[in-house]
Design a protein around this ligand. Structure first.
Ligand code: OOB
Length: 531
């Protein structure tokens, strides 16, 4: 068992197995079963490349053998930093089969995040593309290498320069020891918690349930063609049902390099895409673009939207303007997934964020004293279930606060439950800014701001935004010359922070409003800045 992972207590594990949620199978076998059933069906399309299930299966075996030959062993962590490409799938399945654990970094991550993830996971290998959207990932690899003593291999998809080419690794398949289905298959990045970013261990058993049950509520079949438009390292396009759910159903994954309508619409038309997933700000952009675009989007049957709160006005436009059904998804990398169902009445699809995927998802809605609120009232969502984590990876102190004594995860989301069991997301208490679905960890950015020589104190707040739902504003108390937004951007970029964490606005103030305890009163600060 991977050290640093908190397993479910035995009574829960037994129950989840008995009820068939955990099937004792690995993610590697998901692909194997399909490759045996429909070897010639197309598994993945990436540009002009089309790999059948047989080809993806053989490639994964060959890469697993090659990685084993490099010295990778079960339980080793591998930091995967690849965009939406066929190689992402080949590598992920190779690692699942080897029992090595991919750590899923987002393409937008830069030196600060990558160095942190390498240190936390003690990854032995780091896998990057050569360049992506004009950014040279080999440069990033060079700069983080010195800071990561665990790192033995840097593998590059494409032109490797002084590093090892990913394409040079595959070897003749050999029998490998089978990973234990109850062990960790993948480490996902948390959308945001207090302190440094955390890793979420997901087991073969739990993640396979996550993907296959999601494929079922989303109605995926062997005829489904899923457009992977959001970055596939994120839980939503990875397994909700995403690319893993699509492969489980025997459908085709169409890799989309960026989610912009210019790229996505022609792919939808060419590949007759039936289903995709977006965050609300992108859904809005697609709606605007669809008014003018000439691409044939008629194959689209379902649009999933989640990651941040979808406005009812936007939700109402999806069916008439894109000609497909809408499914709202309220999910978290930590586990719990809520979906509106395909046969839900219209008002629930428009106004709710769905109901839990599994009948054994235990939901509590609690007040700050951990007491259940009266039915229909707003409170913090606490959850426990067959695919919700019992502890972050290597984070004992944080885990003591993030879970109740009986194992419920404190989501930090404020929700209300409708009589149908559907949840409505009303806000949150965790210190994260949800910038159009991208989660900005406030404390992390504030710490970087405080390192600026002209910053005496810093508070990052979210302000309402027409397009993103929320935008970030850095409130600063300066010493000496007040820094401008350009100064702040240059400072944070030099510290290697991902671009989505850069403040959209900078305000310099004389003082911050404080609570009775002396903490910055962020609600009052937001009111003051908006006024
Ligand atoms: C998804 O996952 P994460 O881990 O990036 O972020 C989770 C957080 C939730 O705790 C909640 O605060 C927010 O994102 N969120 C939503 C939402 N979906 C997620 N807030 C309001 N409405 C929604 N529909 O974002 C994620 C993971 C799997 C599927 C979909 C989204």
């Amino acid at each position: 068992m991977l050290e640093g992972f908190t397993p479910w207590p035995k009574e829960f594990a037994d129950r989840y197995r008995e009820r068939g949620y955990w099937q004792g199978r690995t993610l590697g076998s998901l692909l194997r079963d399909r490759a045996e059933a429909t070897p010639d069906a197309v598994a993945v399309v990436d540009g002009r490349r089309r790999w059948t299930y047989r080809e993806l299966d053989v490639r994964a075996d060959r890469l697993a053998a090659g990685l084993h030959g490099l010295g990778l062993t079960p339980g080793d962590r591998v930091l995967v930093h690849l965009p939406n490409t066929a190689e992402f799938l080949e590598l992920s399945f190779a690692l699942f089969r080897l029992g090595a654990v991919p750590v899923m970094a987002l393409p937008a991550h830069r030196d600060a995040e990558i160095a942190h993830l390498l240190a936390l996971s003690e990854a032995v290998a780091y896998v990057v593309p050569d360049t992506h959207l004009g950014f040279d990932h080999r440069r990033l690899a060079r700069s983080v290498r010195e800071k990561a003593p665990s790192l033995r291999h840097i593998l590059v998809a494409g032109d490797a320069e002084e590093f090892t080419s990913l394409a040079s690794i595959p070897a003749t398949p050999r029998p490998l020891p089978q990973p234990d289905p109850s062990d960790v298959a993948v480490l996902l990045l948390s959308g945001g918690t207090t302190g440094a970013p955390k890793l979420i261990p997901r087991t073969h058993d739990d993640y396979l349930h996550n993907a296959s049950a999601s494929a079922e509520v989303t109605g995926l079949t062997a005829d489904s063609r899923y457009l992977a438009a959001l970055p596939v390292a994120h839980n939503f396009p990875l397994a909700c049902p995403g690319i893993l759910g699509t492969l489980h159903a025997g459908g085709t994954v169409v890799m989309c390099p960026t989610p912009s309508p210019d790229t996505a619409f022609p792919l939808i038309a060419r590949e007759r895409v039936t289903v995709t997933a977006l965050v609300p700000s992108l859904a809005l952009l697609w709606l605007e673009a669809a008014e003018w675009a000439e691409d044939d989007l008629s194959s689209l049957e379902l649009l999933q939207v989640g990651g941040s709160r979808l406005k009812a006005e936007t939700a109402r436009r999806v069916a008439p303007e894109l000609g497909c059904r809408l499914q709202q998804v309220f999910g978290m990398a930590e586990g719990l997934l809520c979906y509106t169902r395909l046969d839900d009445p219209e008002d629930l699809v428009i106004d709710s964020q769905g109901r839990p995927l599994c009948t054994d998802d235990e939901i509590r809605i609690a007040d700050p004293g951990d007491r259940d609120v009266p039915h229909g009232q707003v409170g913090e969502l606490l959850v426990r279930g067959p695919y919700t984590l019992r502890g972050y990876y290597r984070a004992d102190d944080h885990n003591a606060r993030a879970f109740t004594a009986d194992g419920f995860y404190r989501s930090g989301d404020l929700v209300r439950r409708l009589p149908t069991g559907h949840l409505v997301v009303e806000g949150r208490i965790k210190d994260v800014i949800n910038r159009g679905g991208e989660k900005v960890p406030v404390e992390e950015v504030e710490n970087h701001l405080l390192a600026h020589p002209a910053v005496h104190d810093a508070a990052l707040i979210g302000l309402p935004d027409e397009h993103l739902g929320e935008r970030s504003c850095a409130c600063l108390i300066s010493r000496g010359t007040p820094p401008t937004r350009t100064d702040v951007t240059a400072h944070l970029t030099a510290r290697g922070l991902a671009a989505y964490k850069l403040p959209d606005e900078v305000r310099v103030l004389k003082s911050f409003p404080r609570t009775a305890l002396g903490k910055v009163d962020k609600a009052a600060l937001a009111r003051q800045v908006s006024a």
